[in-house]
Design a protein. Sequence first.
Length: 299
Amino acid sequence: MRVLAGGTALAVIDGTKTTAGEVERSLGDCGAVMVRGLGFTDAEGFQKTVAGFGAPLIDSYKGGNTPRSAVGEAVYTSTEYSAEYEITLHNELSYAHAWPDRLYFGCLVAAATGGATPVCDGRALLSELPDDVRDRFVERGVAYHQHLHGGYGLGKSWQSTFETDDRDDVEEFLTRAEAEFTWTGQGGLRVIQRRPAVRPHPAGHTVWFNQADQWHPVNLPDPELLDMVDDPRDLPQWVSFGDGTPIDDGDVHAVLAAARRNRVAVAWRPGDLLVVDNMAVLHGREAYQGDRRIVVAMT
């Protein structure tokens, strides 16, 4: 079965009657596959299920801005973000020098209401942007600005982000990532990573591949957070075009609108697995009520 919206198709298949190869073939067609009823109930069972797909799992989230915790071998919590807020559609680690190819989300506990993991085809989003908005992003790219504190402050610390308290290790990591960085007098770290807004997918087409809208002040859950800083660059994360010019609110709203038009979501059931081609398809999270436990692995 396929669930369709705009230019996005999500395949939904019975996990008791399919193989990893069949999932991969469906992924080539749709970019995202919900595999129903695999029966795992904990992080260990999820890890064994994902390992059956054959690719080595990434055992570090070094450099990631998302708050998450390890709950098993190469298994993490999904984004630890207040249940009352939506997480907008994005490609995982698109701001980084390297990113996961595949994302595997597993449902251990489904929310009482809401809490789905919506997906959106990146080619469809790109094609539906107004020409002038698309041209600005394509021509200028995106600059991701991080202001990481050294132990106390808004957002994540640099120690948590880079999984070390060794500055030399951090500098080596950022140099390899072709990032710009500066240590602050307060023991914090400022990082700028300039990346393309679109990238060529291995299948031969061009896709929207960035997190500009998610890092933009328009997306702040509480607009009053802006009043806490003198400059938006003092927020834990902020974004501009790659040449440093501001991204207009209207451009961000155009991106969000295109994503909404092409958004597909189905409700979680315990034991479900959602497999996502991270370059082809964006993912997010609905707000929810009740207990919810979704874990994730990456390859």
